[in-house]
Design a protein around this ligand. Structure first.
Ligand code: F6R
Length: 238
């Protein structure tokens, strides 16, 4: 996990050096926290022009709740990297009108997108953000119906607030990113990672749509690496 985190933070910094004003989309959760922790120890100078957008949020949770994606990002990235308000775009979880909040963020992306670097974790059920396995997926920022898997996510599992929905960037927002990093860590992700490696593209595993993207870097720890890889992938044992 430590090398996954160091490698990820190195690769993020490389992207920022190449394009200082880039728009970075950030997932939360257990997987990227080590990488964010490493980044937060670097000079804020490198990130003085970078812009960040939050990938998703739990609907109805207070923005300063310890389980919120907001507090997670504020604590791990936004404050340590001194990202000012004008460079951080964030779905508000505490709105009376979640649909209109999603339209607000979508309209921001329409004007300021596409995302240059999208940092994703892999859901245990194959979700990306809150694009959950379903018969149909949504392209743009939307109010998402959460699956039981998401409602059991460690960030909110014992939460007192009854979370009924999520707010999430959509599949097109993710797939039009110029570069995507998918981080996968831990033995509990082996099954879903193998499903992903089967290269069957299905709405029942939203992450499988990453196979349609020309520029995905998947960074994983040793425990997830399979014995054999599908053909055509560039593998780097860092
Ligand atoms: C969180 C998010 C989720 C997580 C996924 C994996 O912002 O978008 O899709 O990336 O559930 O979570 P962890 O990393 O905790 O296993």
């Amino acid at each position: 996990y430590n090398s996954l985190s160091s490698k990820t933070s190195e690769l993020i910094m490389k992207q920022v050096r190449a394009n200082p004003q880039l728009l970075i989309c950030t997932a939360t959760g257990g997987t990227p926290s080590g990488a964010y922790q490493e980044l937060s120890q670097h000079s804020t100078e490198l990130f003085s022009e970078a812009r960040f957008i939050k990938l998703d949020e739990w609907g109805g949770i207070p923005m300063d709740d310890p389980g919120s994606c907001e507090l997670y990002l504020q604590d791990k990235l936004i404050k340590p990297l001194a990202i000012d308000k004008e460079r951080y775009y964030s779905l508000n979880s505490q709105t009376d009108d979640a649909e209109s909040e999603c339209r607000r963020i979508q309209s921001f992306l329409d004007k300021n997108g596409p995302i240059a670097l999208c940092i994703l974790g892999l859901g245990l059920n194959g979700h990306l953000g809150f694009n959950e396995p379903a018969d149909e997926l949504r392209p743009f920022c939307h109010v998402a119906q959460l699956t039981q898997t998401s409602l059991s996510h460690p960030m909110i599992v014992n939460h007192e607030i009854d979370i009924r929905y999520g707010l999430s960037l959509g599949m097109a927002n993710i797939l039009t990113s110029q570069h995507i990093f998918l981080l996968v860590n831990g033995e509990h992700k082996i099954d879903i990672f193998n499903t992903l490696l089967s290269q069957s593209i299905t709405t029942q595993c939203p992450a499988s749509f990453l196979w349609t993207h020309p520029n995905v870097t998947c960074i994983l720890d040793e425990s997830v690496a399979p014995a054999t890889w599908p053909d055509g992938l560039e593998i780097d044992y860092a």
